[in-house]
Ligand binder design. Structure first.
Ligand SMILES: Nc1ncnc2c1ncn2[C@@H]1O[C@H](COP(=O)(O)OP(=O)(O)O)[C@@H](O)[C@H]1O
Ligand SMILES: [Mg+2]
Length: 456
């Protein structure tokens, strides 16, 4: 099985305004430490989130859903991202915003299903026949191009591998040469080569070279024990969406072994429901055989009130299927009309039957001290220096508007300070930018006052 070749399709998102958040900051008893891991205050929401993390880790949460509800700027997104950090990178976490489902090219439910499957992991354990060791020699052997011309081609590769127990010299196919280049293997690296597929995996630099001066961060690994040629347990984490993508193309074989290997061969076709069903079937077979294990991850849907009744219905049904992730919703809406309906008003704009399934975590507005601490943290992460008065001024702004707005004023204030030839932000800089820009509330106020001057 060439499962190494299934590419990961993890979504990367710009979450720069939350880059100071490193985790939930709980102690070993699950109690929130007032300021820790980049989070400040909001203790009960963080503790509740901690319980969710524990339940996810012990696999008691699949198919359930959580709603983070609270006013804007109270840390809903920040806490959801902290959950992701605490879960670690072995548990898939797929963030999306409700409005992502509205695309002119892809069906709403299709977007939702894709993200659903990005949030479900599969850990595959296999015993493989491999050659493993520290590379002692790496020589591509070239010959004249048999097709004529001036070029030379690699006819085979000679590679020497060393372990604590012995060493071996292998003569390998040119295709392995390409994988060696792709993994950027050099003499002194610890690698393994799969005997059947020829796939190469670089594990790191041998720790005998640990003192070597290196600009890039390197991972040093010990010299492997045992023989060069051996059986090794290989673990690979993929998501169901990775498998969908890898298989969404015309192919011959129906079993996943050959399917997974058919990457990048011909042009892509669409991921259909039929294909997904097929993949589920095979995945289930592997689970039954104990080769693979399901790792339900988290699908995080921010601004969930943006979903409409159709997507809610679809989501509700999907949550009930056998293979489902944990879904975390977030919203800052109170009672509002459910999108896509004429007049169904519901708490948070979520249909009542779905709401009924949810565990709700509340976030509450910050007090002034917490706000100051968060602003301080943000300034630190952005590498800005604030004088104490400026911090007070920002906290003032924050308590009148929202925390998010105050956080956003940091960068323009820093620019103003720079224009005035200072590296520290002062009270006046903050004042100046808050006079230049409007927050949402003041803007709304002006709109009502001067209604007749604006176009409808
Ligand atoms: N408890 C907290 N600790 C540290 N930073 C926070 C906290 N709550 C919010 N923030 C930061 O404040 C800003 C606004 O919070 P955010 O999570 O976007 O609010 P919401 O999603 O509830 O509208 C973000 O930059 C966020 O990282
Ligand atoms: Mg948010």
């Amino acid at each position: 099985m060439k499962i190494e070749e299934v590419k990961s399709t993890v979504k990367t998102q710009r979450i720069s305004s939350h880059s100071h958040v490193k985790g939930l900051g709980l102690n070993e008893n699950g109690i929130a430490i007032p300021i820790a891991a980049g989070l400040v205050g909001q203790e009960s929401a963080r503790e509740a989130a901690g319980i969710v993390v524990d339940m996810i880790k012990s696999k008691k949460m699949a198919g359930r859903a959580i709603l983070m509800a609270g006013p804007p700027g109270t840390g809903k997104t920040a806490i959801a991202l902290a959950i992701a950090q605490d879960l670690g990178n072995k548990v898939p976490f797929c963030p999306m915003v409700g409005s992502e489902v509205y695309s002119s090219e892809i069906k709403k439910t299709e977007v939702l299903m894709e993200n659903f499957r990005r949030a479900i992991g599969l850990r595959i354990k296999e015993t493989k026949e491999v050659y493993e060791g520290e590379v002692t020699e790496l020589t591509p052997v070239e010959t004249e191009n048999p097709m004529g011309g001036y070029g030379k081609t690699v006819s085979h590769v000679i590679i020497g591998l060393k372990t604590a127990k012995g060493s071996k010299q292998l003569k390998l196919d040119p295709s392995v040469h390409e994988s060696l280049q792709k993994e950027k293997v050099e003499v002194g690296d610890v690698i393994y080569i799969e005997a059947n597929s020829g796939a190469v995996k670089r594990q790191g630099r041998s720790d005998t070279f640990a003192s070597e001066f290196d600009l890039e961060a390197e991972e040093y690994v010990p010299l492997p024990k045992g023989d060069v040629h051996k059986k090794k347990e290989v673990i690979q984490d993929v998501t169901l969406h990775d498998l969908d993508v890898a298989n969404a193309r015309p192919q011959g074989g129906q079993d996943i072994l050959s399917m997974m290997g058919q990457l990048m061969k011909s042009k892509k076709t669409e991921i259909t429901d039929k294909l997904r069903k097929e993949i589920n079937k095979i995945v289930n077979k592997y689970i039954d055989q104990g080769i693979a294990e399901l790792v339900p991850g988290v699908l995080f849907i921010d601004e969930v009130h943006m979903l409409d009744i159709e997507t809610f219905t679809y989501l509700h049904r999907a949550l009930e299927s056998a293979i489902a992730p944990i879904v975390i919703f977030a919203t800052n809406r109170g009672r509002c009309t459910i999108r896509g309906t004429e007049d169904i008003i519901s708490p948070h704009g979520i249909p009542l039957d779905l709401l009924d399934r949810l565990l709700i975590i509340r976030t509450t507005p910050y007090n002034r001290t917490n706000m100051e601490n968060i602003l301080k943290l943000r300034a630190q992460t952005e590498g800005l220096s604030l004088d104490p008065e400026a911090l007070q001024q920002l906290a003032d702004v924050g308590s009148k508007t929202t925390l998010r707005y105050a956080v956003q004023l940091l960068t323009p204030s820093a620019l103003t300070a720079k224009v005035n030839g200072r590296s520290t932000i002062t009270k006046d800089d903050v004042k100046e930018v808050s006079e230049l820009f409007l927050d949402a509330k003041s803007s709304a106020k002006i709109l009502t006052e001067q209604k007749d001057k604006f176009m409808k």
